[in-house]
Design a protein around this ligand. Structure first.
Ligand code: GDP
Ligand code: GDP
Ligand code: MG
Length: 360
């Protein structure tokens, strides 16, 4: 069956669940441009927003472990409960803390629930569920939000220069590849700079991503000056009228002074070529390390001005609650979340959809 027929056949029955499953099963197929354009035509006529459907599906799947753990714990607390008493609040607190939400954020959530429902008030567990969800979203939206943000809207300058930092292994290079793909899909000209010249294989790995996505890469040999690579990258980005430049860096946190010096040197050199750049310093954190990610965020932001966060590896961990704590407590917005190793497994973090997914 041709692609067109395949799409029509599962759209004809107008069953969104089936569409969701199919979108999920055939990731290679759905990332072909041919498929996308055809799907667009059909979905427009059927009035289905396939982008958000795809994102929602990816989020649910990516957060599966966190969802299951969180839900089963929450279920045990709420089962048979018809009023909010101290026991319920204590148990809720434990669920949140053991889901890596973090102590401060947990206390805040419990406080808000206490304020909202007077103690010993009779409530069904369904209502309590709803209140909990609303209060979690509430505190996240109080802090900041990417609510409704699109990849397009996250590029306020042209060229827009992003420097990506973080310790080894957190997923910097992978996140860069995924980001490059997202921007390319919306028609942006993307260029990568291989300023992780320290780690063996780092340049080749970025090259693999650049080839896979089909974007340009500027590199030198291993061991060369990262600032020099950044300089070359920005020079050629400027000459080639590139829209988005993403610079990979080496994450050596064992010596904060060196790291600080290296990052400020790269930034200084970038600013020479494109004033005010980098426009964004994106810190990548591995969500599966739970509370450790918090620590890294604190240490890195004391070494350089971090302006946004990406939290990776939320698939395959039950510690996804850490996103809620980080997003609530750090003054730095969580911009992206990584929910898998594949090219499309990156999403803009939206507190509301995130919490919706946890409770779904
Ligand atoms: P870097 O050292 O910070 O550049 O990290 P890499 O990008 O090389 O990633 C380290 C490992 O983490 C690789 O095996 C990636 O495939 C994996 N990884 C990165 N992001 C994710 C994610 O969102 N989910 C999963 N499951 N793996 C990821
Ligand atoms: P330095 O290495 O301590 O002298 O640090 P700089 O801030 O001067 O520059 C770091 C690197 O960026 C240099 O080694 C060059 O590779 C590159 N760079 C900086 N400015 C220039 C420039 O004006 N022209 C060229 N070609 N490269 C530059
Ligand atoms: Mg890397």
């Amino acid at each position: 069956m041709g692609i067109f027929k395949k799409i029509s056949s599962f759209l004809k029955d107008n069953d969104k669940e089936t569409l969701k499953d199919k979108l999920n099963d055939s990731s290679d197929l759905i990332h072909s441009t041919e498929y996308k354009s055809k799907l667009k035509v059909i979905s427009e006529s059927e009035n289905i927003n396939t982008d958000s459907l795809e994102a929602k599906n990816g989020l649910d799947k990516g957060l599966e472990k966190t969802k299951n753990t969180f839900f089963s714990k929450l279920g045990k607390v709420l089962i048979g409960k018809s009023k909010v008493d101290d026991d319920v609040l204590d148990d809720l607190e434990e669920v949140l803390i053991t889901s890596d939400v973090g102590v401060k954020t947990t206390i805040k959530i419990i406080e808000r629930i206490e304020k909202r429902v007077s103690r010993d008030k009779f409530l069904g567990s369904k209502e309590l569920n709803k209140i909990l969800k609303e209060e979690i979203v509430g505190i996240l939206l109080d802090q900041h939000s990417n609510d409704g943000s699109t990849f397009e809207a996250l590029l306020p300058h042209n060229p827009y220069v992003i420097m990506v930092v973080g310790v080894n292994g957190v997923g910097k290079t992978t996140t860069i590849g995924k980001l490059a793909n997202k921007y390319k899909l919306i028609g942006k000209k993307v260029m990568l700079g291989a300023s992780d010249t320290f780690r063996a294989g780092a340049i080749d790995q970025l090259q693999v991503w650049a080839d896979r996505v089909g974007v340009k890469l500027v590199k030198q040999s291993m061991g060369s000056d990262p600032a020099s690579v950044a300089f070359d990258t920005l020079k050629s980005a400027k000459a080639q009228k590139i829209d988005v430049v993403i610079i990979d860096t080496a994450g050596r946190l064992h010596n904060k002074v060196n790291l600080m010096n290296e990052l400020s040197k790269i930034k200084r050199v970038m600013d020479k070529v494109i004033p005010e750049s980098p426009h964004e310093v994106l810190l990548v954190l591995d969500g599966s390390t739970g509370q450790n990610a918090f620590e890294q965020a604190k240490q890195f932001s004391s070494a350089t001005d971090v302006s946004s966060l990406a939290i990776t590896k939320l698939d395959g961990t039950a510690k996804g609650g850490v996103v809620l704590g980080i997003s609530h407590q750090l003054k730095i917005p969580v911009r992206y979340i990584g929910v898998g190793e594949k090219m499309e497994d990156l999403q803009i973090f939206d507190p509301k959809s995130f919490v919706d997914s946890l409770f779904r």
